[in-house]
Design a protein around this ligand. Structure first.
Ligand SMILES: CC(=O)N[C@H]1[C@@H](OP(=O)(O)OP(=O)(O)OC[C@H]2O[C@@H](n3ccc(=O)[nH]c3=O)[C@H](O)[C@@H]2O)O[C@H](CO)[C@@H](O)[C@@H]1O[C@H](C)C(=O)N[C@@H](C)C(=O)N[C@H](CCC(=O)O)C(=O)O
Ligand SMILES: Nc1ncnc2c1ncn2[C@@H]1O[C@H](COP(=O)(O)OP(=O)(O)OP(=O)(O)O)[C@@H](O)[C@H]1O
Ligand SMILES: N[C@H](CCC[C@H](N)C(=O)O)C(=O)O
Ligand SMILES: [Mg+2]
Length: 488
């Protein structure tokens, strides 16, 4: 069992300890509701709550000590007073779990879109090379073959360091992790030295949190201040900002420009994406079982990273060729022999929706029918933009609900409609997402592509704080069963 005294834990961290510095700490917590005897409780000043308010409660539950930014009167347990709550928590977590990141090759991926997909590609390549790989991200966390449920894309620092220790203890040699912009601003990855940081792209999202575009750029660039090698997509308009923040070596990749690592000979089909790229004087022939022009970018990021990590070309080619498609990322669903297709996708930003629709359109279907909504309590300025994109690029759209969270679905849908009405796009609104999907399936015509966008792998729909079962793969399967077999 891990144990450490306050003095040991804070030996390199600027702070003032009040009370017995030799107090032993059994675990670290940032939520008073989870505190147990012997824990160190970090009082975090959040957006909604001030953790200091819960210090007495934590003490009552047996906390051995607390970490505060302001000394708390009338508490008879030791207190560690610090300047920055989240930074300190991250640094203490690194030490408490004995710097597990130092035992693995740490690869962090940031950007608006493509993070999840790129981490899966890197894991596949690393495993092809015989390395044990861990993965942390939106869909799940994985240690080798073991799957661990996750609520966040990038976990809170204490949870993250605990997980990294578990991964390192289980023998992971490489870790591919998504680094969300929230996590960078909220210091969840603070204190980690990434061997490689990857920048996929930057387009509109999360302005509810970052407020301005400049803040969003600044947030993403923080990863490169803590990366030894920065792997940058230079076709993106924000590439210069990322390179400006880079600590050491920068490795660039491109699809459009004739630089050292550039994709060429692109072949995009319904099932896969092929291209070649020259590495160390040899052309690698890359084939990935995920369609879409954007897949070239994700695969380029993975190829260049794997090469920088010292993985040989053959393993890079084979790893990508043999990888399984990523759940809910442009994933074709079984239509029981019917003559239309259904694609499950996680596009929930303007740029990803545009990319997903362009890819669907490139299959030359009879019609592209789009079903989508937008999440509640998230960037509302993207809703009309996505409505416009869907209207311009679909033959028919069904505007529906995503995860409304604490907002009214009808109000979110009305904002999407504002953008839709700026186009000639035909559409209807069906608030109930299950009914919307069933409507699309029952009215599908020969060679239609139905794009089910926004929820991808998610197996729930979050309404007013409650997560209801909602797995679109299962829902489509049920609808297909009700529809019956295709007529021969
Ligand atoms: C916007 C955001 O990221 N918020 C995070 C932030 O919340 P907050 O500052 O509002 O926390 P708070 O509710 O004010 O509470 C302050 C402190 O008091 C503590 N507390 C609170 C109540 C109590 O009874 N006892 C107690 O101790 C809390 O545990 C916390 O430490 O700090 C909390 C823990 O420290 C996080 O759980 C919380 O994530 C929320 C739940 C969240 O939804 N985050 C999303 C938006 C997110 O992080 N998304 C990105 C993905 C983005 C992408 O798509 O790229 C991710 O990485 O997952
Ligand atoms: N490189 C890319 N550029 C633009 N769009 C992409 C790219 N890669 C994937 N997409 C689109 O974005 C969707 C989300 O992809 P992915 O889950 O890999 O991104 P992410 O960055 O992890 O997203 P999130 O921030 O929600 O976790 C995909 O379903 C696809 O429609
Ligand atoms: N990581 C993203 C996921 C959005 C997925 C979409 N289904 C939604 O609920 O808006 C977020 O939390 O903003
Ligand atoms: Mg993701």
């Amino acid at each position: 069992m891990l144990k450490m005294t306050l003095n040991e834990l804070f030996r390199d961290i600027p702070c003032k300890v009040y009370g017995d510095g030799e107090t032993e700490i059994k675990d670290l917590k940032y939520d008073s509701r989870k505190v147990r005897k012997g824990d160190l409780f970090f009082c975090i000043s959040g957006f909604a709550e001030d953790g200091h308010k819960y210090a007495p409660d934590a003490a009552k539950k047996g906390a051995a000590a607390i970490v505060v930014t302001e000394y708390q009167e009338k508490l008879d347990i030791p207190q560690v007073v610090v300047k920055n709550d989240r930074e300190t928590m991250a640094l203490a977590a690194c030490r408490f779990f004995d710097f597990p990141a130092r035992r693995m090759k740490m690869i962090g991926v940031t950007g608006t879109n493509g993070k999840t997909t790129t981490t899966y590609m890197i894991k596949a390549i690393a495993e092809q090379a015989g390395l044990k790989a861990g993965l942390i991200g939106t869909i799940r966390n994985i240690i080798g073959d073991k799957v661990i449920h996750t609520e966040r894309t990038t976990p809170e620092s204490i949870d993250l360091q605990r997980l990294l220790k578990e991964m390192a203890d289980e023998g992971c040699e490489v870790l591919a992790m998504e680094v969300s912009s929230h996590s960078l601003v909220l210091k969840r990855v603070y204190g980690i030295d990434f061997d490689i940081g990857i920048f996929t792209n930057l387009t509109q999202d999360h302005l509810d949190f970052h407020e301005t575009w400049d803040n969003y750029i600044q947030a993403k660039s923080m990863l490169f201040e803590q990366s030894e090698i920065s792997v940058i997509n230079i076709d993106d308009d924000s590439a210069a900002n990322m390179m400006g923040a880079a600590k050491r070596e920068v490795v660039k990749y491109s699809v459009l420009q004739p630089i050292q690592y550039a994709a060429k000979d692109l072949e995009l089909t319904h099932e896969k994406t092929k291209f070649s790229v020259e590495i160390d004087g040899r052309d690698l022939h890359i084939e990935v079982p995920i369609p879409g022009y954007f897949t070239v970018y994700n695969a380029m990021a993975a190829v260049v990273t794997a090469n920088a990590a010292g993985i040989d070309s053959y393993c890079i080619e084979q790893g990508l060729k043999n990888m399984k498609p990523v759940a809910g990322r442009f994933e074709p669903l079984d239509t029981h022999g019917h003559d239309f297709s259904i694609i499950l996708d996680y596009a929930h930003t303007p740029d990803s929706l545009k990319n997903a629709l362009d890819t669907a359109k490139s299959f030359a279907p009879a019609r592209v029918v789009t079903i989508f909504g937008c999440g509640g309590n998230r960037d509302s300025s993207k809703r009309a933009i996505m409505g416009k994109i869907a209207g311009e690029r679909s033959d028919f759209t069904i505007i529906t609900s995503d995860n409304p969270r604490f907002e009214e679905p009808a109000a979110i849908m009305a904002q999407i409609e504002e953008g839709m009405r700026q186009t000639d796009g035909k559409y209807i609104c069906i608030e109930n997402r299950k009914e919307a999907i069933e409507h699309a399936v029952r009215n599908a015509k020969k060679d239609d592509v139905i794009l089910l966008a926004g929820k991808g792998h998610e197996d729930y729909q979050e309404i007013k704080g409650v997560k209801h079962d909602f797995d679109e793969k299962v829902i489509v399967e049920e609808i297909m069963n009700r529809l019956g077999p295709a007529k021969k």
